[in-house]
Write a protein that binds this ligand. Structure first.
Ligand code: 5GP
Ligand code: SF4
Ligand code: MG
Length: 466
């Protein structure tokens, strides 16, 4: 998901709409905005579909007045697999004795089912099926006298991944979980304005200046042009999601002081060093494989070409919630550039293999178009474990790499060769010159390593074995 909030500007909701549009790659199912105006109080709008199809209408934006607003773009992750209902669309809102509070959450709460059960037993009435709603109910139960303190109470009970943006009548609040699994950045706009967003690309779109990242385990409370920082969870070292670098974030965003594009290009360089192959052409599976393909071509000296063309009007297959739609997605979205690939030995670079269905179909398409050989190079290690921290991966049983060796995968996909970047290669590409520190990994890489930085409580209860 993507989150965005702004304080201290006129018509804040318009800024939020733009910010969410820049974060649309993080969630395409639905979006919501809540604003606050001194006279008109809190107002909200929640809609299915793209930001641009909803939050551009003047008639809707006029209902969201005020100088303070937050928003959310949603895609559902494992555990909330049932079709999204409009009541699952964030931000959520809670009314407390000291005033209202709106909350937008990116990540996944790993003990949400346990918390929900406990809260329901104690009388909470849930409105949605979302794990994030726990935060509001935990806040309602807190005995603290102000909303930021209630939020701290609530989040201390929550496990897993959370980058949260919240707002009261007068304050904009941002929090990252102690591991800082999901991103969150702080920006400045105008004289008095501040912005919180999932990624820096959402600051760029509104012309805000990037100040810094919210740190793992940090809370910021912003009001009257002041940013107050605290550490509600005590000291912690981050384990940022390495897959944000590989796929999830936009290539024009800056994470940890590094350009995501440059990291992806560097993964391609590592791949070319680790798994070279003789060929005539390097192609990307667009768009997610493009920077790595450019890096691979550069390092190997084999020319880069656009052998696969993407229809710009289709969304990410990743985001499509059901398998059926996802299966159709590949052909609707990608087509082979026959004139270029005919007769050539082609290296295809993609970001990840999950179910393997994409790779298999692309291989069929490229062989149909007359390619002489097809070699797959993958810009991440084999995805052998599900993510429980807010990225949608299927059960282990559907992950190709959980079922097969690399050679078996090569045969199943039906290509001449297949290679994945090593975990150390990936770490080098994100700037860790000595690779992965096995005793104390610098990132979350559980979907590749099975090393889960937070025990996934609900999943273990349901019989998942780490
Ligand atoms: P699959 O192997 O499941 O057919 O899809 C892998 C390709 O689709 C990758 O190029 C990736 O960009 C995208 N993708 C589709 N679904 C998912 C998913 O659930 N998780 C991840 N990590 N990538 C996915
Ligand atoms: Fe990111 Fe993978 Fe960790 Fe999930 S399991 S947070 S996708 S690195
Ligand atoms: Mg892809």
């Amino acid at each position: 998901c993507g989150v965005f909030g702004v304080i201290g500007v006129t018509d804040a909701a318009n800024f939020v709409a733009l910010g969410l549009h820049a974060l649309q790659h993080r969630g395409q199912e639905a979006g919501g905005i809540i604003s606050h105006d001194a006279e008109q109080g809190f107002n909200s709008a929640h809609r299915f579909g793209y930001v641009r199809d909803n939050f551009t209408k003047q008639s809707l934006m006029e209902t969201l007045p005020g100088s303070l607003a937050i928003g959310h773009v949603r895609y559902s992750t494992a555990g909330t697999k049932a079709a999204t209902a409009i009541r699952d669309v964030q931000p959520f809102f809670g009314d407390f004795s000291m005033g209202g509070c709106a909350v937008a959450h990116n990540g996944n709460i790993t003990n949400a089912m346990a918390l929900r059960k406990e809260l329901i037993e104690r009388g909470s009435i849930f409105q949605s099926s979302s794990d994030s709603e726990c935060i509001i109910h935990l806040m309602a139960r807190s005995i603290q006298r102000n909303i930021p303190e209630r939020m701290k109470d609530a989040l201390r009970r929550v496990e897993g991944a959370f980058s949260v943006i919240a707002m009261t009548r007068t304050k904009l609040i941002g929090v990252r979980d102690p591991l800082g699994v999901r991103p969150l950045v702080l920006g400045k706009i105008g004289d008095e304005g501040y912005v919180l967003a999932s990624e820096t690309c959402a600051l760029d779109i509104i012309g805000a200046e990037f100040l810094r990242e919210i740190e793992p385990g940090e809370m910021v409370v912003i009001s009257k042009g002041e940013v107050e920082s605290s550490r509600p969870f005590g000291p912690s070292t981050g384990r940022f999601c390495i897959f944000e670098h590989v796929y999830f974030s936009r290539p024009d965003s800056i994470i940890g002081g590094r350009s995501v594009y440059e990291t992806r290009r560097q993964i391609g360089v590592e791949l070319a060093r680790e798994s070279p192959i003789e060929a005539d052409l390097v192609c990307a599976v667009p768009d997610s494989g493009t920077p790595a393909a450019i890096g691979f071509a550069h390092e190997s000296g084999i020319p880069f070409g656009m052998g696969i063309i993407r229809n710009q009007y289709m969304g990410r297959t990743f985001i499509e919630p059901t398998e059926q739609i996802r299966n159709m997605g590949v052909r609707l979205k990608l087509n082979v550039n026959r004139a270029l690939v005919k007769g050539k030995r082609v290296i295809l670079v993609d970001d990840s293999v999950v179910r393997g269905t994409t790779s298999r179909k692309i291989k069929d398409m490229i062989l149909d178009a007359g390619a002489a050989e097809v070699h797959f190079r993958i810009a991440s290690p084999p995805t052998a474990w599900p993510c429980f921290y807010g990225v949608d991966t299927p059960d282990r049983g559907k992950l190709l790499a959980a079922q097969m060796s690399v050679e078996e995968m090569r045969e199943w996909i039906g290509v001449d060769s297949l290679a994945f970047v090593s975990l150390d290669g990936l770490y080098r590409a994100v700037g860790e010159a000595r690779g992965r520190n096995a005793a104390n990994p610098q990132y979350c890489d559980a979907c590749f390593s099975g090393d889960y930085p937070v025990a996934p409580f609900d999943q273990l209860e349901r019989g998942f074995r780490m």
